[in-house]
Design a binder for this molecule. Structure first.
Ligand SMILES: [Zn+2]
Length: 291
């Protein structure tokens, strides 16, 4: 499974995509591939969702609808929102199963589709805008401003106490599922400040050390998850019931027993939450780097 830390195999061709003629030429090339996404952002896969299902484009290029995701080993990959047929999934469902390069394609196609759906009008003047740059920008026809897909930073933190127990909480809508805490970075705030604030707000726990773990796109609709480990200086929990239904500290053995008994479940393998929790379950010490 990808950990999102190495260079992507997907070439996003930023220096070329301003030329509509160049993009249209790629569309017409014999090996071009097209990924279809439905209005719900789900994309077509093979049966079982282990590979993307892409087809050859057979209609004329439409700069307003057809998005150049990039080149994969020289092969042009496009995406379009259209009626889908056959099996469809989103990244939450199959992100843990797709090959790394196809995961990058699916993440980019999902994110850019969400942006076009959310911001069809100019956010500066409210005027209408047209798609440019092979789908990765919009140009306002009223004020002339160019706009680019936005990403909202969010923090997600695995909080451990002095006894190496992990803090997991759940919302009432989640059923048995529990996860690490998360929240959006607010305007004018650093990621670290957001972590201290969110953990204080949600469970009233104070933190000392923070250690960066890694990041992951989460285009639902446009988050970038910044993962951290955090060391708690207090263990008393006061749950903010507007945010969480419950939260508790777990030892590794307690968590395993509850999972085996079926009365707790963890986030799916596509999420950075899953990777944070698994790193802790594997016994890695995020603060010293020791295994
Ligand atoms: Zn405008």
């Amino acid at each position: 499974m990808t950990t999102w830390v190495t260079a992507s195999a997907l070439d996003r061709v930023d220096h070329h995509r301003r030329s509509e003629e160049w993009v249209a030429g790629l569309w017409r090339s014999a090996d071009a591939r097209l990924l279809k996404l439905g209005a719900d952002g789900k994309f077509t896969t093979n049966p079982g969702g282990t590979r993307l299902r892409m087809t050859k484009p057979f209609v004329a290029f439409d700069s307003q609808r057809h998005r150049l995701i990039g080149l994969l080993d020289g092969t042009p990959v496009f995406a379009v929102e259209a009626l889908t047929e056959g099996e469809v999934h989103d990244l939450r469902e199959v992100g843990g199963h797709l090959p790394e390069a196809e995961l990058d394609i699916a993440a980019a196609a999902t994110a850019v589709a969400a942006w076009h759906r959310l911001e069809p009008l100019c956010p500066r003047c409210g005027g209408s805008s047209e798609v440019i740059n092979g789908g990765f920008a919009r140009h306002c026809t009223a004020c002339g401003e160019d706009h680019f897909p936005r990403t909202d930073p969010a923090v997600i933190m695995a909080v451990v106490d002095a006894d190496d127990r992990l803090l997991l909480g759940g919302q009432s809508a989640w059923g048995h599922r529990v996860s690490v805490l998360a929240g959006f970075v607010e305007a004018g705030e650093s990621a670290e400040q957001a972590i201290h604030r969110e953990v204080a707000e949600e469970v009233d726990v104070s933190l000392s050390e923070l250690r960066y773990f890694g990041s992951q796109p989460w285009p639902f609709p446009r988050s970038l998850m910044l993962g951290y480990f955090a060391r708690a200086t207090s263990t008393a929990i006061s749950v903010d019931t507007d945010e969480l239904a419950h939260a508790d500290w777990y030892t590794r053995d307690e968590l395993s027993a509850r999972l085996d008994a079926g009365d707790l479940a963890l986030p799916g393998p596509a999420s950075i939450a899953s990777r944070l929790i698994q790193s802790w379950r594997d016994g890695h010490d995020p603060f010293t780097g020791a295994a």
